[in-house]
Write a protein that binds this ligand. Structure first.
Ligand code: ADP
Ligand code: MG
Length: 328
């Protein structure tokens, strides 16, 4: 490790800085940043869940994304994977590849990273730093109850298909950030545009919701690639099909002000929302809905394979970007 690399880690990512910024303390971290390895002492009687995600500049986020948004998103997408499994976040490591040593950028990046880490009681315990095109990899680890885990493969015929919140805002945010399809959004207010950009840049991982659904949901995942694509993974893994009711689809705030077909497309196929999609037995739905009114039932699991979308008038609906036959 070179002198400047050492200084970078000391200045922005090491313990004193973390402690100052986040007042994080986890008694299960025996050794954090600074040695050859981190050492943790996991609670007994619990399993560990691992996930890793890489964000590459220009691929996973637009080039003009702020350091704060990049840091938030890099950690949030990992937290979201834990949420989708019903796990409780514990520790993460960070591999940073940086094009240059930009103090302002690093300051904003680390502030945002530790703010989200603090909110989720997840501790940065190590990482790696190298020089090259901007890329951020985070590996996260969390606690999972023994015999727990919200898998994709557990959906049963007759299950309700539900989501934890409204969809489609991040997809509009991406269009806005890339300044594409501008004519479609001419009528959106500045507030709506800000909401959409915020959804794209600062997604919220549904950790509490995932923990709650542990032991209730039969299957779950987080919606990163779009509802249709991601629900398709549940259907395939569970060897079942589904019917969705389009009029039940919860549209994020900015979509309500868009033309209906466009709004539906964004909610069905837009990525980056990070709400959870899950299935559960019909008899459990009313208790779940009472506890979490923001959860929305959008359909039902069927024996017939594939995904079928119906309008309120029971008309079969085909999306512009492919429909149920992709998964037939
Ligand atoms: P090594 O040469 O043994 O791999 P490094 O020089 O890469 O060690 O890292 C020194 C210490 O700093 C290690 O504890 C490592 O986990 C930590 N570290 C390096 N880069 C980061 C980073 N971006 N974020 C957090 N910790 C880091
Ligand atoms: Mg290293």
């Amino acid at each position: 490790m070179s002198g400047s690399e050492f200084q970078l880690i000391q200045s922005y990512f090491s313990e004193p800085e973390q402690a100052l910024q986040s007042e994080l303390s986890r008694s299960d971290v025996l050794l954090g940043i600074g040695d050859d390895c981190a050492i943790v002492a996991p609670k007994s009687q619990m399993n560990l869940a691992f996930s890793i995600d890489t964000l590459v500049s220009g691929v996973h986020f637009p080039l003009n994304t702020s350091a704060a948004a990049i840091a938030h998103k890099a950690l949030a997408v990992n937290l979201s994977d834990l949420a989708a499994m019903g796990a409780e976040p514990a520790w993460f490591t960070l591999s940073l590849t940086l094009p240059d040593y930009d103090e302002t950028w690093l300051h904003q990046f680390s502030q945002s990273l530790f703010a989200l880490a603090r909110n989720n009681n997840v501790h940065l315990i190590g990482g790696d730093t190298s020089h090259g095109p901007l890329s951020i990899t985070i590996q996260i680890c969390g606690y999972l109850e023994q015999h727990g885990g919200l898998k994709r493969s557990g959906a049963k015929v007759g299950d309700i298909v539900a989501v934890t919140g409204a969809l489609g805002a991040a997809a509009i945010g991406l269009d806005l950030a890339l300044e594409q399809n501008r004519a479609l959004y001419a009528d959106l207010s500045d507030n709506d545009k800000q909401f959409a950009l915020n959804a794209l840049n600062f997604p919220q991982a549904r950790i509490a919701e995932g923990l709650y659904l542990q032991g209730i949901a039969h299957s779950a995942l987080d919606i990163s690639d779009g509802l249709i694509a991601d629900l398709g993974h549940i259907l395939q893994a569970s060897n079942v099909g589904a019917e969705l009711q389009l009029d039940k689809l919860p549209l994020a705030t900015p979509l309500v002000n868009l033309e209906q077909t466009l709004a539906r497309e964004k909610a069905l196929t837009g990525g980056d929302d990070y709400e959870l999609c899950f299935t559960l037995a019909q008899e459990d739905w009313s208790a779940v809905k009472q506890k979490h009114p923001q959860f929305i039932a959008i359909g039902i699991i069927t024996e017939e394979k594939g995904l079928r979308l119906y309008t309120a008038e029971r008309q079969l609906y085909h999306t512009h970007s492919g429909g149920y036959d992709h998964f037939g």
